[in-house]
Design a protein. Structure first.
Length: 209
């Protein structure tokens, strides 16, 4: 079974509370999501392997550490995952960016694919899938299926808010994919929204209804 990592850093929790509030305007919601993604990226990349090289400082030569040749990729799930991209790229600016377009059918609540574009060397990269919400888990499961079908092997899920149902569904479908999340909320309601959650992340991010 995959590992669930709850990123409970005080800055992450503080910013998430500001995002949850109904009166949080679109501009602030967008900025806070980007900032939380940046902070969470530090945790997601904590286990990247290092190697030692020799460099020269203004004072002398020395041995120092760099990331050991790992290629990174980030894959936001459209639309809401786009709000996390710039935050992650602030930390890892050399990462390649793929995109997966999914929407939730209003009747069945199941994900429907409409777009998938990934880096050509996807099999060689450590991939971070981005989506603010892990509700039913359907979109995350489908997105990771698409990545694996195209050769992706090393995949991590990074979300903002989830619930036990979504976490369990993702772990069951993809036991090799670790999950990083800022909060696991109480449950899903009858409309498959997370409770207490923060509403529709895509609508709040882009000011749509």
């Amino acid at each position: 079974m995959s590992t669930l990592h709850v990123v409970d850093h005080p800055l992450v929790q503080h910013k998430l509370t500001l995002m949850r509030r109904t009166e949080c305007p679109t501009k602030d919601f967008r900025q806070l999501l980007e900032e939380i993604a940046m902070l969470m990226c530090y945790e997601v990349t904590r286990e990247l392997p290092l190697t030692e090289i020799e460099i020269e400082t203004p004072i002398t030569k020395c041995k120092s550490k760099i990331i050991a040749g790992k290629k990174l990729g980030i894959v936001p799930i459209l639309r809401a995952g786009l709000g996390m991209v710039d935050g992650v790229l602030t930390v890892v600016p050399s990462a390649k960016v793929g995109h997966i377009g999914l929407y939730r059918d209003p009747e069945t609540h199941l994900p429907v694919e409409y777009y998938c574009k990934l880096p050509p060397d996807v099999a060689e990269r450590d991939l971070i899938v981005l989506d603010p919400m892990l509700a039913t888990g359907g979109s995350a499961i489908a997105a990771i299926n698409f990545i694996k079908q195209r050769g992706g092997k090393h995949i991590t899920m990074m979300a903002l808010v989830g619930c036990p149902e979504g976490v369990y569904a993702l772990q069951k479908a993809h036991p090799d994919v670790d999950i990083y999340i800022a909060a696991v909320d109480e449950k899903l309601n009858e409309n498959k929204y997370i409770v207490p959650g923060l509403g529709d992340a895509g609508d709040r991010l882009f000011g749509t209804k």
